[in-house]
Design a protein around this ligand. Structure first.
Ligand SMILES: [Zn+2]
Ligand SMILES: [Zn+2]
Length: 133
């Protein structure tokens, strides 16, 4: 691509950029964490300010109790590990990047696990550090 087209493209992107978030949001494309409302396994409510929410990279969401008691740091849906879900600020510290502009999801994901089945699935995977899976 020559310099001329690069300049046009970059100026277009600068114009488009402020509108992108809204367009993506309207199209319901995920460009940020959904902040799911509950533990997928036990249904425990996990509001956006909860420090008990554990998520995998696909944002499969579990409460700390389920994570600690039998998930073995293996997501039952993807086999990846978990991290604590970050808390989206409720205050407008900058550019409306906050909870009221980007509210938490209200869509419940609830698919309780069969502990025996998960234990079988996690058996080999849990021995591998998450960053090597
Ligand atoms: Zn749970
Ligand atoms: Zn997962």
């Amino acid at each position: 691509m020559n310099i001329f087209y690069t300049a046009i493209l970059s100026s277009f992107l600068k114009i488009a950029n402020p509108h992108c978030k809204k367009i993506f949001r309207n199209l319901n494309l995920t460009i940020m964490l959904e902040l799911r409302p509950n533990c997928e396994n036990c249904g425990k409510l996990l509001p956006p300010e909860s420090s008990e929410a554990m998520i995998c990279s696909f944002e499969c969401t579990f409460c700390f109790h389920c994570y600690e008691s039998f998930l073995e740091n293996v997501c039952p849906n993807c086999g990846g590990g978990f991290s604590q879900r970050p808390i989206r600020p409720k205050n407008n510290w900058k550019n409306n990047n906050n909870l009221s502009e980007y509210p938490a999801s209200t869509k419940t994901v609830y698919r309780p696990l069969d502990p025996a089945e998960h234990s079988l699935f996690a058996k080999g995977i849990s021995k591998i550090p998450a960053k090597q899976r």
